[in-house]
Design a binder for this molecule. Structure first.
Ligand SMILES: Nc1ncnc2c1ncn2[C@@H]1O[C@H](COP(=O)(O)OP(=O)(O)OP(=O)(O)O)[C@@H](O)[C@H]1O
Ligand SMILES: [Mg+2]
Length: 256
């Protein structure tokens, strides 16, 4: 077996900086995600976790630094092309098309990721969508309006929509926030199941118990400017520091 440090990363974030006007949301952030791993990203509110996802998925573009996916520099690619390359994300606040059924919401995602001849006939689309809804525990809700879904069902639908694009990398942005502990377990089980099918997953979460159970590797994403914590000195506690930027963003990676 190849030692983890020698594996070609599925995703390489290299020295990414993102500014909003004069405000630096991401400062020189670097991280590698290995193929097939379950990676947990934690950090206080406003530390830039969602911004990092946006720079990975193409919703935003990094001003400095590169994003490389499966060996290809995707830093300047638009979001829909990145989706077709195999990057999918769920949104922190579910944003379903409310006038559509659950199945129709997934069909939109299916078409978004389709390339040329990949556009499939209606019956096949329905089969694909139903198989994803079955996998995510939402089959019984397929033909219902999304307005009738509970919070946990909405979160699952967010993940199901991401799955409809057939991702190699799935990024889950706080899919468990505000859920009860049994609902957290449901979403966690679902993410672990998807990972067991070979999908690499980055999970962003504030619920530490969930992060600890899910992730094989974790990264602490902190913003020193806001005085929200300075982390520990490099190498403290025997933990390898992946990145300790001299300026604003601190990241620590703990090995499995
Ligand atoms: N489009 C934007 N325009 C201006 N500032 C932004 C924008 N998006 C994010 N920010 C700012 O960048 C910083 C990082 O925000 P981000 O949403 O990435 O944090 P986060 O770690 O995901 O926080 P949370 O845990 O609350 O979701 C925050 O100060 C936020 O206000
Ligand atoms: Mg966020």
């Amino acid at each position: 077996m190849t030692p983890p440090e020698l594996e070609v990363p599925l995703l390489r974030i290299d020295a990414v900086t993102k500014r909003f006007g004069g405000f630096v949301a991401l400062d020189d952030v670097s991280v590698d995600i290995r193929p097939g791993e379950r990676f947990g990203l934690i950090g206080p509110n406003g530390s830039g976790k969602t911004t990092l996802i946006n720079c990975i998925s193409g919703a935003m573009h990094a001003e400095v630094g590169t994003v490389v996916f499966r060996g290809e520099d995707i830093t300047q690619l638009p979001a829909h092309i990145r989706t077709r390359r195999g990057i999918a994300r769920s949104f922190q606040i579910p944003r379903p098309f409310k006038s559509m059924t659950v199945a129709e919401n997934l069909m939109v995602a299916l078409d978004f990721a389709a390339i040329g001849d990949d556009f499939v006939v209606a019956a096949q689309r329905r089969d694909t969508v139903m198989s994803i809804l079955t996998q995510t525990g939402l089959a019984a809700k397929a033909d219902l309006s999304t307005t009738g879904l509970s919070q946990v069902e909405l979160r699952k639908m967010e993940l199901a929509r991401a799955m409809a694009t057939h991702p190699k990398l799935l990024i889950s942005d706080e899919a468990m926030a505000g859920l009860s502990s049994s609902e957290v377990d449901e979403v966690l089980d679902l993410l672990i199941k998807l990972a067991s099918q070979g999908i690499t997953i980055i999970m962003i979460e504030h619920i530490m118990q969930a992060v600890m159970r899910f992730s094989q590797r974790r990264q602490d994403h902190r913003d020193r400017r806001a005085g929200r914590g300075h982390g520990q000195p490099a190498g403290a506690g025997g933990l390898p520091w992946h990145l300790a930027s001299p300026s604003m963003t601190l990241m620590r990676v703990t090995a499995p």
